[in-house]
Write a protein that binds this ligand. Structure first.
Ligand code: HEC
Ligand code: HEC
Ligand code: HEC
Ligand code: HEC
Length: 134
């Protein structure tokens, strides 16, 4: 009898612990609070930083795969199932590319962002629709 009571008490004690683990949300660092892109890596910026409500944008556009933007390349080949969200685009895309077949940072951004809007027919494609005055 004493044993059964002990076991019951143990189970009751463990329920909240189990609940805390099983109900856990995705870790919060798996997203970004970004609302506007930081353009300070560019010299003498000519435009206000592009508006980009990171999480909201990606949810509305149905972009679950981080590597659509945060990709990883190895020896020039795109690596599947790997992403680089801890690195800013400027870590790999230089302002002035070292060789002709590399995209500059500005071209990389416009190719990624504007081309998808063009191709899908949704999302802004005009300069002033992304580079909105602060
Ligand atoms: C779909 C969104 C989008 C559109 C449309 C767009 N841009 Fe950009 N642009 C960006 C992003 C993103 C960057 C890189 C980060 C930043 O500057 O905000 C950028 C960077 C730039 C830069 C380099 C930074 C600076 O301010 O000097 C220039 C210049 C620029 N864009 C000009 C233009 C012009 C001109 C047009 C229209 C022909 C245009 N952009 C259209 C998103 C856009
Ligand atoms: C449509 C393109 C796009 C997609 C998809 C995307 N991101 Fe981003 N993310 C960006 C851009 C652009 C930046 C700014 C990079 C820069 O400034 O060089 C950024 C920045 C970040 C940052 C760091 C910046 C900060 O200050 O918060 C994190 C973390 C991040 N993204 C996580 C993710 C994760 C996790 C996913 C997938 C669930 C994801 N991103 C999907 C475009 C994207
Ligand atoms: C870890 C390094 C790395 C990071 C971070 C990175 N890229 Fe790239 N990206 C590359 C490499 C390598 C290529 C292959 C072509 C080349 O050498 O320029 C490439 C190619 C591209 C291309 C052309 C091919 C394609 O996928 O359409 C675009 C556009 C591009 N990157 C945009 C971005 C943007 C925007 C970001 C930030 C959200 C980013 N990249 C972050 C390394 C990187
Ligand atoms: C793979 C496709 C894709 C890529 C890549 C992409 N977008 Fe979009 N974007 C969309 C779609 C789809 C919408 C329309 C979403 C809606 O309102 O239903 C959109 C909408 C927007 C809007 C309008 C406001 C909003 O948040 O809905 C802005 C601003 C924008 N995108 C900026 C950017 C910038 C800056 C980048 C690059 C860092 C980018 N987008 C990359 C697909 C894309």
């Amino acid at each position: 009898m004493k044993h059964k009571l002990l076991i019951l008490i143990l189970i009751l004690l463990l329920i909240p612990v189990w609940g805390a683990f099983s109900g856990q949300e995705q870790p919060s660092d798996k997203s970004s609070e970004l609302e506007r892109l930081d353009n300070t890596v560019f010299n003498n910026t000519r435009r206000p930083g592009a508006v980009f409500s990171h999480d909201d944008h990606n949810e509305k556009a149905g972009l679950d795969d981080c590597a659509v933007c945060h990709h990883v390349y190895e020896k020039g080949i795109l690596v599947a199932d790997e992403s680089s969200e801890d690195s800013p685009c400027s870590e790999c895309h230089a302002l002035v590319p070292a060789s002709d077949n590399r995209f500059s940072l500005s071209v990389a951004f416009h190719k990624r962002c504007r081309d998808c809007h063009f191709e899908s027919g949704i999302g802004p494609t005009l300069c002033g629709e992304c580079h909105i005055k602060e």
